[in-house]
Design a protein. Structure first.
Length: 152
């Protein structure tokens, strides 16, 4: 009798496994497809992140070396009042304005108070800032600093 009971249990177990297997086949196939899709998406995201890092680095390089060919330095006038007026027009602190101009905040202070004048290359960068609007200035600052800044 024990053999009949174990044989019956084994047959029930075998049939149950078979039923479960047929019932879960489509789910297994879907899960496998989802895993493949997720792996593909992860690879795509990694490639895009690398590209974003590269493009940000290129933009920082471009912003750190402003092209002076756009604004000829000859004929550019400089005054301490114009530095302060330009900075206030953009709504920037001296530190942020210095970051855009590629100088230290102390240099901006000295320019504004007439204690110093910009050198030839800095005068070109300063003159290039005259054509920059508020939105563009904040966007450049965000790129240079690597973090978003709240506009006032």
């Amino acid at each position: 009798m024990p053999n009949l009971v174990t044989t019956l249990k084994d047959e029930i177990r075998r049939l149950a496994k078979k039923e479960i297997k047929t019932a879960t086949r489509s789910t297994r196939q879907a899960v496998a497809q989802y895993r493949r899709d997720i792996a593909t998406l992860k690879r795509l995201v990694q490639l895009q992140q690398k590209e974003i890092v590269f493009l940000k680095a290129q933009e920082r390089k471009r912003l750190n070396h402003p092209q002076t060919t756009e604004v000829p330095v000859e004929g550019v006038r400089f005054s301490a009042r114009s530095v302060r007026a330009q900075r206030r027009r953009l709504g920037l602190s001296a530190e942020d304005f210095a970051t855009l101009a590629g100088v230290s905040p102390m240099t901006i202070y000295n320019w504004e108070h007439g204690k110093a004048r910009p050198k030839h290359d800095r005068l070109a960068a300063f003159a290039a800032l005259r054509n920059v609007g508020k939105r563009e200035a904040f966007k450049k600052l965000e790129m240079l600093k690597g973090r978003p800044r709240k506009q006032s």
